[in-house]
Design a protein around this ligand. Sequence first.
Ligand SMILES: Nc1ncnc2c1ncn2[C@@H]1O[C@H](COP(=O)(O)OP(=O)(O)OP(=O)(O)O)[C@@H](O)[C@H]1O
Ligand SMILES: [Mg+2]
Length: 322
Amino acid sequence: MSLLEVASLSVSYQTRRGRIRAVDDVSFALERGRCLGIVGESGSGKTQTCLAIAGLLSPDAVVLGSVRFRGRELVGASRRTFNELRGKDIAMVFQDPMTALTPHLTVGSQLCEVLKVHEGMRAPEARRRALEIMERVRIADPERRFDMYPFELSGGMRQRVMIALALILRPALVLADEPTTALDVTVQAEVISTFRAVIEHTGTSLLLVTHDLGVVAGLCDSVMVMYAGRTVEQASASEIFEAPAHPYTRALLDCLPRADRPRGSRMVSIAGQPPDLAALPTGCAFAPRCTRADDFCMQRVPPLEVGGLQHAVACRHPGSLA
Ligand SMILES: Nc1ncnc2c1ncn2[C@@H]1O[C@H](COP(=O)(O)OP(=O)(O)OP(=O)(O)O)[C@@H](O)[C@H]1O
Ligand SMILES: [Mg+2]
């Protein structure tokens, strides 16, 4: 049994323009100590997938399918169940630490508070554990930073505090939604290597949402690529980078800045319009932007089919695309 098993998960909403599926028939599994990256452009359903797992969707969301955490079904679980799990077993890291950190409390008191509330720890012990986790996420000079307020820290340091807060109760699963997007590239790389070190040390599983395949390369074991709420490709990280099969995955890879390209040619983006969930085409949602699309692609949604070794792709013309 995997730590997290998501099967045929769908999240839909009734909108003024009709019913939309923010997440459409998504399935994946995450093992203990592993990192799965969910990648896709804005609006592809990455955050909605995370929120469904954490039980944090808005009340008007209709959720179908199954989310099993340690074998326990979470779709339809009570608020109390989620509150218990979110405190201790499942933690979240968001893009903007300022919204998640309490501005008028010092870093140390926020970390200690969590330990007091959840583990009934007394002050000296909580302080010790807080300093230990601060050190583990490589916050330099933790004793001094313990007494600082969030606004006194740099963006990268604040994000490390967020990671420390997420990890302090030693959760089995961390859901990280664009945890490094707000940071500049160098700091991003540092925070990612911190994350990886902590995961390797503690055996925590990480579900990492990002629109940046570069982040995936540094951190993830496997990758799920989403487009318009659906999974279009799923494989190990090395497969995704070495043998991407879906034209959309290839287009995302082409958008990555590369050392061998001249500067200034970095801002590549995928041609065409991102999909409108309220007016999706009949066939493959990516077809209108796809150079490979034919009439058949326009007529039917391609099913997600397993090709190679645990490599699944939803495309009629997968494989090497010159
Ligand atoms: N309460 C809601 N009612 C209707 N539609 C919603 C609601 N919440 C989210 N959506 C829609 O769900 C879709 C998927 O959103 P989601 O936030 O998961 O995208 P994302 O992949 O995380 O994008 P980003 O990279 O911008 O964060 C979007 O089209 C969004 O408008
Ligand atoms: Mg999002």
